[in-house]
Design a protein around this ligand. Structure first.
Ligand code: NDP
Length: 333
């Protein structure tokens, strides 16, 4: 069976050379373990951080070891003393980047393919979905009537942020993304009031034009120039959810900070960081509410699925960093 290992740590943009695809024996599940044949795996921006040898909220990947990340698969063997799981069940777990994963049963969550396709548990109903839900409603303390701006708006998290804001009564929803097709998708399919391509010109100017009455909430997936522009456009008592800063993940020199920080005090802004792992208490409410919107057709989502399993996983990850995805980026085995 194939697994993908970290061959070397990148500086700046990663390349295929940082990954190594290796043939390994299929493991046998020990006491309390399950063997899972992965069906679909996630590639996520945070994985870029784990390729660096720095202390963070998740430990770094190790050179010579397989990478890790969200995956959904089918149980093909069960060790002794495993309760509540059987061969044929589908589970969500943290050992992607490999065809077969062996893990403690308690580190998996059973998922139901009759409720939603397996891929949804990695996207709209999974970690990115909860990030959007909690980041908007809990971290930014969104309230009806707020004008909301989200960057990375055509991505897995961003698509949901904009739509949840619309469904919860935002006065205006604005998104930015990196291609004309994505911009069109946001306004014509997902119900954003306005959207712009950040590659077309200065973000501050494009945002000011899209939000003539300013914004009350900025959901930051990008950092850098976007963050500075949002601080310019935020109204008094505005809030920022600091969710990600993908424009800086591949930077090889220290990024410069926003030059307009003084406005934070003048406008009494709140900038609040968030990690999805802190919001498990919202999981049930999130699945119920977003699940109902999907069922009623009020909320749409897209996925970009790369076929070819482990061999194509590095290319899928590199494509994600370049913006080749609309919605959740996935690898199908
Ligand atoms: P996405 O599906 O949004 O994919 C990443 C997108 O980032 C690409 O499609 C690309 O779209 C965009 N991008 C890449 N480079 C740049 C750039 N220089 N400037 C602007 N946009 C860029 O990923 P996710 O939805 O999974 O994640 C979105 C953000 O949320 C990330 O920053 C991630 O780290 C963060 N996150 C944080 C979590 C937390 O707990 N705090 C949990 C999950 C995600 P485009 O074509 O528009 O450039």
């Amino acid at each position: 069976a194939l697994e993908v290992r970290l061959a070397s740590r990148p500086t700046g943009w990663p390349t295929e050379d940082n990954f190594e695809i290796v043939e390994v024996d299929i493991p046998t599940p020990a006491d309390g373990q399950i063997l899972v044949r992965n069906v679909v795996m996630s590639v996520d921006p945070y994985m870029r951080g784990r390729m660096n040898d720095v202390k963070s909220y998740v430990p770094p990947f190790q050179v010579g070891q397989p990478l890790e990340g969200g995956a959904v698969g089918e149980i093909v063997a069960v060790g002794s003393n495993v309760e509540g799981l059987a061969v044929g069940d589908n589970v969500l777990h943290g050992l992607g980047w490999r065809e077969y994963a062996v893990l403690d049963a308690k580190h998996s969550v059973k998922v139901d393919p009759t409720i939603a396709p397996l891929s949804a548990y990695l996207g709209v109903l999974g970690m990115p979905g909860l990030t959007a839900y909690a980041g908007l409603l809990a971290t930014a303390e969104f309230k009806p009537g707020d004008a909301v701006f989200v960057s990375g708006a055509a991505g897995a998290v961003g698509q949901l942020v904009g739509q949840i804001a619309r469904l919860k009564g935002a006065s205006r929803v604005i998104g930015s993304a990196g291609s004309p097709e994505k911009v069109k998708y946001l306004t014509e399919e997902l119900g954003f009031d306005a959207a712009f391509n950040y590659k077309d010109g200065p973000v501050a100017e494009q945002l000011a034009a899209a939000a003539p009455n300013g914004i009350d909430v900025y959901f930051d997936n990008v950092g850098g120039e976007h963050l500075e522009a949002a601080i310019d456009s935020l109204n008094i008592n505005g809030r920022i959810t600091m969710c990600g800063a993908i424009s800086q993940y591949n930077a090889d020199k220290k990024p410069t900070g926003p030059s307009n920080m003084i406005q934070i005090l003048a406008k009494r802004l709140t900038l609040r960081g968030m990690l999805v792992g802190d919001h498990k208490a919202l999981q049930q409410q999130f699945v119920q509410e977003v699940g109902a919107w999907i069922a009623s057709g009020e909320l749409k989502y897209s996925e970009t699925t790369i076929e070819g399993g482990a061999r194509q996983a590095p290319a899928a990850f590199l494509g994600l960093l370049r913006g080749e995805n609309t919605g959740k980026m996935l690898v199908q085995f």
